[in-house]
Design a protein around this ligand. Structure first.
Ligand SMILES: NC(=O)c1ccc[n+]([C@@H]2O[C@H](COP(=O)([O-])OP(=O)(O)OC[C@H]3O[C@@H](n4cnc5c(N)ncnc54)[C@H](O)[C@@H]3O)[C@@H](O)[C@H]2O)c1
Length: 248
């Protein structure tokens, strides 16, 4: 029997990160899970352990480079990382606005959490993968980066940055058999989605050719595949998971 793989998931306490951490545990991975929200993170850890997998639980703010460095150190001391899912990220949410009226401080926040954290985590984990000539990195983008969304120009810019980063890093690491891909979900039912007014949710659903809003598991299944041996010849790609709204 082969040794369990070790996977890191950022933003693992809720939504897509949570579903993916649990899915990777089902796949036989041990996990390191990172989030700022301690309580739901502990619940995810319990769920992973209930599946018979080991879990390193790290409460850390991915906006803080020192916190990332400290968490990465603890991860390195636990074992070599096979899979990194750079999931953490967000729009300015209630502070989001049309660009003509936007605040550079909000851009800075959105770019830090959605792009810089991906670079920082990758910078920590890549050297080990490169040296071992093995690894899977999956980065979180969004359909909004392709489609364009009113009021989310900073978010779209950061998440398209994730796509460019994914492609460049994929080329650098291809000779070392480390693959780097991205996922770009459309409308997925997470807590941010649940806070939207019913009319907005109806409008979103009606714009999806498949006629329904996705679940976090719809993303988790794709990440699970990209993290698997079966995906060894796929790198530099961004997989849209949006019920057919944007086709490339
Ligand atoms: N839900 C969607 O429709 C959708 C669509 C496309 C892309 N995405 C992307 O998917 C990712 C996950 O989003 P979600 O919808 O699951 O959100 P969510 O709010 O349900 O979960 C995000 C998690 O990240 C954590 N987090 C936030 N800031 C953090 C920080 N500074 N340090 C550590 N942890 C932090 C939160 O505590 C939370 O547990 C994000 O990058 C988001 O941009 C979501």
């Amino acid at each position: 029997m082969s040794a369990p793989r070790f996977a890191v998931v950022t933003g693992a306490a809720n939504g897509i990160g949570r579903a993916t951490a649990l899915r990777l545990a089902d796949d036989g991975c041990d996990l390191a899970i990172v989030d700022v929200e301690a309580e739901p993170l502990a619940e995810v850890a319990a769920g992973i352990e209930a599946k018979g997998r080991r879990c390193l639980t790290l409460v850390a703010d991915c906006l803080d480079p020192a916190a990332i460095a400290e968490a990465a150190l603890q991860i390195e001391q636990t074992g070599p990382v096979d899979v990194l899912f750079n999931n953490v990220g967000q729009s300015g949410r209630e502070r989001a606005s049309e660009f003509w009226n936007s605040d550079p401080e909000v851009w800075r926040f959105v770019i830090e959490i959605s792009l810089m954290s991906t670079l920082r985590w990758s910078r920590r984990i890549v050297p080990g993968m490169r040296a071992r000539r093995s690894g899977r990195i999956i980065n979180m983008s969004t359909e909004s980066a392709f489609y364009g969304d009113t009021g989310l120009a900073d978010y779209a810019a950061a998440k398209m940055g994730v796509v460019g980063f994914t492609r460049s890093l994929a080329r650098e690491l291809a000779p070392f058999h480390v693959t780097v891909n991205a996922v770009a979900p459309g409308a997925i039912r997470t807590r941010a989605h649940d806070r939207l007014p019913k009319e907005t949710i109806d409008k979103v659903r009606n714009s999806v050719p498949m006629g329904f809003v996705g679940e976090p598991q719809d993303v988790a299944h794709v990440v699970s595949f990209l993290a698997s041996e079966g995906a060894r010849y796929i790198t530099g790609q961004t997989i849209l998971i949006d019920g057919g709204r944007w086709m490339i």
